[in-house]
Design a binder for this molecule. Structure first.
Ligand code: SF4
Ligand code: SF4
Length: 97
């Protein structure tokens, strides 16, 4: 991935103490946000997180939290499926993403 989203805006949080190093987050993340180093996950590309929620949903230890399903990234993805203009309601205009 060459693009990045806005710096330091993702809601992604990770608790290393809970991590067992299973690697599931690296498997499911579409943007390679995580890597496994010495049996622990590490966030290596935080600003590429699109808040899809796959990592948090699949982490067996609940070591990851993220506010998924909100914001412009989700609206854009939904627009790919619906073919309609993206809108997430974050601005006064009907099209904001
Ligand atoms: S899925 Fe959870 S437990 Fe597994 S490596 Fe990632 S953060 Fe650690
Ligand atoms: S929320 Fe999605 S994009 Fe962000 S780190 Fe998790 S799997 Fe990757």
């Amino acid at each position: 991935m060459k693009h990045k989203y806005l710096k330091d805006v993702t809601t992604l949080e990770y608790n290393e103490d809970k991590c067992i190093g299973c690697g599931m987050c690296t498997t499911v993340c579409p943007h390679m946000v995580f890597d496994i180093v010495e049996n622990k996950a590490h966030i290596i590309n935080k600003d590429q997180c699109m808040e899809c929620g796959a990592c948090a949903m699949n982490c067996p230890e609940e070591a990851i939290t993220v506010n998924a399903g909100t914001g412009c990234a989700t609206a854009i993805i939904m627009s790919w499926f619906t073919g309609e203009e993206p809108t997430c309601g974050c601005s006064d205009t009907s099209v904001c993403c």
